[in-house]
Design a protein around this ligand. Sequence first.
Ligand code: ADP
Ligand code: MG
Length: 339
Amino acid sequence: METRTEINSLGEFGLIQRINKGIKTVLPDTVRGIGDDAAVIDLGEEYGLLTSDMLLEGIHFDLTFFPLKHLGYKIIAVNVSDIAAMNGVPRQVTVNLALSNRFSVEAVDELYDGMKAACKDFSVDLVGGDTTSSRSGLLVSVSVFGKVKKEKVVYRNTAKPNDLLCVTGDLGGAYMGLQLLEREKQVFLANPDMQPELEGKDYVIQRQLRPEARMDVIYELDEAGVIPTSMIDVSDGLASDLLHICAQSGVGAVVFEERLPIDEQTFLAASELNIGPVTAALNGGEDYELLFTVSQASYELIKNNPKISFIGYITDKKGEVELHTKADSRVPITAQGWS
Ligand code: ADP
Ligand code: MG
């Protein structure tokens, strides 16, 4: 009898692992395949980087509150973020689009206005793609090609014990922005005359609707002469992404709760919605900040960069990833991620 395994019994990461097991790369210029933020390709002088990400209506965004222009910006930014996570520079993108007749030409223009703005901000060229019809929703998928000098590429699996754990910007904002937008949608559906209550919440809303890729920090690290020892972008939440670094590097980590960078507006939104701000920071996701490790020798070179928080360190205790709380207890950090 044929067996049937439900996809949710594996989850996203289990499924990718299973796909990965069945794939062997054979070309001599394929330096790194599945398993990092981008694939790495030997171009001779330097490495090429290649990655894609898609956003699907009803899964990743809800058009009742997600402006198409922002969606266009976001799909480019999240792709560029994966190139940043390899310490690389993005160069070209291609765009795949599936649309139903619910969408007008003007709607497509808006989507592209957002993509063009992001291409300008991150200095990338949009060079192609594919367009097809969809039965219902909108799907937009982008692939990005980037470059990195061979000696500067940074992987997920090279964190070393005693390295310092760093994160850019602040965490949990995008998740709180989404919770607020969802709440306002429910209020609006119940009573269309209600005005949205989003005053003073502009920052977290923007974190959800218009995330930035941290190319600025990549350039600043380069200027400071610092190459991280490992790096990943925070797309699924700090917990899940730190667990990737630790599992792939065969190390453990300690994170100090009091060091987690959380914006004032994230705190306020979290208390308003009865969500723990630390939970939002650890498991929220979609922040598109960079999580990286540096050797202790690098600390002096970046300690004054206000965009970087030093949140903990790497240990040799493989698989032990712990949060040291403000109350001085130690709790294991576990992944929630996508299911
Ligand atoms: P990220 O969050 O950085 O975009 P993902 O968690 O989506 O990374 O993917 C992890 C790794 O698995 C990447 O190397 C990605 O290219 C690869 N991957 C994801 N989905 C597939 C798939 N359907 N087939 C082959 N490789 C995949
Ligand atoms: Mg990534």
